[in-house]
Ligand binder design. Structure first.
Ligand SMILES: O=P(O)(O)OC[C@@H](O)[C@@H](O)c1c[nH]c2ccccc12
Length: 234
């Protein structure tokens, strides 16, 4: 039996996790707090199967935004620095369907422990790794989602800063995890999304680009959704 966030991504025609990051440390304000519910509705209407929100204060987020976004009926990923069982319970109570576990913050044994604990209360663990070393020690339950974070400071300067990082780590990630693989962060164009899908990823996560484009979020999201549409194989 598959949990809601995992199931929604698995069966999506265009597996785009659309994220709201109210404030970007890099680009400044992206969404006013009062507009979170409206943007979530735009994402849903544009065809996103799953949503994500950064709840940390440094991103202008809050726990209450989860419920505002879950009101769309779509499952919501909580992105925050989650390091304890208490954070998992708090996420569930706030209405989340999935939680971020960041490899850079946790020992790999703790990633596994928290992933198992998340699943036991019905939350999908969304585990973010950014390097060969972080991937090496990982032992994840099959129902966890493994995301390659493209924002890796160590390679930012030698690649194009985005999807090529996912392409480089794809084979290792696939070999180390039997479940879903997502390319996350730094996907700035629909072309980058198409490349991640062509590389073999099961989905993508996009935040800033949906909110900072010249067009309204609905139109931008449509373009990213089209780029992620799965080609039908016979
Ligand atoms: O806005 P982008 O480049 O599409 O990236 C989103 C997301 O991955 C990023 O916000 C993120 C990655 N890891 C995190 C940990 C906490 C909060 C936020 C994040």
């Amino acid at each position: 039996m598959s949990l809601p966030f995992h199931a929604a991504l698995t069966k999506a025609h265009a597996p785009v996790i659309a994220e709201i990051k109210p404030h970007s440390p890099k680009t400044g304000p992206l969404v006013a707090a009062h507009a979170v519910a409206d943007v979530a509705r735009d994402y849903a209407n544009a065809g996103a199967p799953c949503l994500s929100v950064t709840t940390g204060a440094w991103h202008g987020g809050s726990l209450g935004m989860i419920a505002q976004m879950a009101a769309t009926g779509l499952p919501v990923l909580r992105k925050d620095f989650i390091t304890s069982r208490r954070h998992l319970d708090e996420s569930l109570e706030a209405g989340a369907s999935a939680v971020l576990l960041t490899c850079a913050l946790l020992r790999s044994a703790d990633v596994t422990r928290l992933a198992v604990a998340a699943l036991s209360i019905g939350l999908t663990p969304f585990v973010e790794a950014a390097s060969v070393r972080e991937l090496e020690g990982l032992q994840l339950p099959h129902e966890a989602i493994l995301a390659i974070n493209n924002r890796d400071i160590r390679t930012r300067e030698v690649d194009d800063g985005g999807v090529s990082h996912s392409e480089l780590l794809y084979a290792q990630a696939r070999a180390g995890h039997a479940g879903l693989l997502v390319s996350a962060s730094g996907l700035t164009t629909p072309q980058a999304v198409a490349r991640a899908m062509a590389a073999g990823f099961d989905g993508v996560l996009v935040g800033t680009a949906l909110l900072s484009g010249p067009a309204p979020p609905f139109d931008t999201t449509r373009a990213f959704i089209m780029a992620a549409s799965r080609t039908v194989h016979h």
